[in-house]
Structure formats: structure tokens, C-alpha cells
Design a protein around this ligand. Structure first.
Ligand SMILES: [Zn+2]
Length: 189
């Protein structure tokens, strides 16, 4: 079990929050700064805290340079919006996805297990090896044909877990213009 703790340091007058992790696996102190500005320090369980603090202190200018332009308030607001959006749209998304899945699956007749509506960051949908389908709640805000593209795409992954020619042929049976739609969908992100 890893212990995650939020800590704060003040570098050049700016309060910077970070996640501190104690992990079994790591052999030394590690520092990672992600694109959204949050940073993570992970250290072995047995590492004394003063060694870790010293390490962070030595890297403080580097950390500061990485996060100095990050607007944390804006990020917090975005996160709150995201959660509010999910709460607002999840029910509707569930209904719409279920009905479009059923509609297209009248053609395909594939078996699937669970359908989940998630608050994902990066993708519109996914299909697991256990035939579970996941969709991003934001799919509800897509134009209808793009939404259907995502739904059929994941549906077809139940048969073909890759993007082979067979996969695209399968999709083309109900979405003949999938190529164009794929391009449009990519341009949205
Ligand atoms: Zn795919």
C-alpha cells in the first residue's frame, strides 16, 4: 500500500503543492512534474524525511521553473467544472449510449457485459478484453454522427480488438464514412 500525502513547499514566495508517496518499489527518491503542473515525490518507505526534504530543496529552482506559469486556481476551477459536468450529463449519457448501442447491435448482435459512463480525460471510449464498454460522458455533447462513430467503434472492438482491415470493414457496415468521421473527431480534441 502506498501512502499518498499532500504537502506544500514555498519556493520563491510561491506555495507549491505536491503529492508525497511512500512506495515499496522505489529504490531512491524520485521527482516527477506533470504537464498540468502537479508534481509527485516518491521515496522508499525507509527513507528519512530530512533526506527527502533536502532532495526537494536542492531541486527547488528546477521545480519552480516547471510550475511557475501554472495557474493552479484555473486548474481547480476546471476540475470542478469537469465534476459538475459529469454529474449533470452522466444519466443522459447512459440512456443515449444504451439506446444507440442497442440500435447498432441489432445489426451486429455482439455480446457485451457492462457499459460504463466515465469521466475520462483522454479518450472517448474504450473496450476491455472482458467485453466491458466504457464511454466518456462528454460524448453527449458531440454531434450525433460523431457520437455514433464512437459507439460503433467500441462495439466493433468486441469482435476485433485492434484496428485491422477487418475492424474497419466491420465498422463500415453501419458507418460507411468512418474515415471522415475519425478525422473530424480527432480535430475536436
Ligand atoms: Zn479503437
Amino acid at each position: 500500500m502506498a501512502l499518498n500525502r499532500k504537502r506544500k513547499i514555498n519556493i520563491n514566495g510561491k506555495d507549491i503543492e505536491y503529492v508525497f508517496k511512500r512506495t515499496k518499489m522505489s529504490k531512491s527518491v524520485k521527482l516527477a512534474v506533470y504537464q498540468d503542473g502537479h508534481f509527485v515525490v516518491s521515496a522508499p518507505k525507509w527513507y528519512p524525511i530530512y533526506v527527502i526534504n533536502k532532495f526537494i530543496e536542492e531541486k527547488s529552482q528546477w521545480i519552480f521553473d516547471k510550475v511557475k506559469d501554472v495557474d493552479f486556481d484555473l486548474l481547480d476551477r476546471k476540475k470542478a467544472d469537469e465534476i459538475a459536468g459529469y454529474k449533470k450529463y452522466v444519466k443522459l449519457a447512459r440512456v443515449v449510449v444504451a439506446s444507440r448501442l442497442e440500435f447498432f447491435n441489432r445489426h451486429y448482435g455482439f455480446a457485451y457485459n457492462r457499459v460504463a459512463i466515465k469521466n475520462q480525460k483522454t479518450c472517448w471510449g474504450s473496450c476491455s478484453q472482458n467485453a466491458n464498454l466504457n464511454f466518456n460522458y462528454k460524448i453527449i455533447n458531440l454531434p450525433e454522427e460523431l457520437r455514433d462513430y464512437v459507439i460503433v467503434h467500441e462495439l466493433c472492438h468486441l469482435r476485433e480488438l485492434n484496428h485491422s482491415r477487418d475492424f474497419w470493414n466491420l465498422m463500415a457496415q453501419t458507418v460507411p464514412n468512418h474515415r471522415e468521421l475519425r478525422k473530424r473527431l480527432k480535430s475536436i480534441k
